[in-house]
Ligand binder design. Sequence first.
Ligand code: G3P
Length: 218
Amino acid sequence: MKFFIDTANLAQISEAKELGILDGVTTNPSLMAKEGVTGKSNIYKHYKKICDIVSGDVSAEVISTDFAGMIKEGKELAMISDNIVVKVPMIKDGIKALVEFNKLEIKTNCTLVFSAGQALLAAKAGATYVSPFIGRIDDMSWTGMNLISDIFEVYSMQGFDTEILAASIRNGLHIVDAAKAGADVVTCPLDAILSLLKHPLTDIGLAKFLEDHAKAAK
Ligand code: G3P
């Protein structure tokens, strides 16, 4: 399973990269706004900075919601760097855009996916990645992770090669459950990745090993 970081924060992207386990980055307009990056030129420069840090796939989302606008914007985004993946919303024109980007050999990530039917359409349209939003379904008091299992079942049965990118991942348990449910990729905040390190028995065990080592050396 690939690990992507879900942020536009350059320091966090660098920190995750230094761990040596980072495969890519996802962003969205909210994450870009959170970094205070505004205006098309600055946003595109920021994407370039991210692509200079990470060699893996970097998702950059279109703002347009009509077919022509999405294609124009997607082509511009794809020019920024070879590792840009154009993120397209799950709407009617988005499906048409996914088909067109596929013909143009531009990688895509279909975002805002909340049902297996939407994921089926995205795969049929040739999306490189599909992004089911797990945490936001949990927020509605439904079980978001079931969606990963459903999509995995559909894609396996039908032989689609669209990769399941578990998004809106909020914690370490989400990451482990997404791995068990068949996600190809998880994208999550740095804190969620780092939370996988934590176990009190690791800390207690290490302290004891070091204590015993120090005693024996006396
Ligand atoms: O990038 C899309 C997704 O990961 C957003 O997550 O936490 O805003 O629901 P969240």
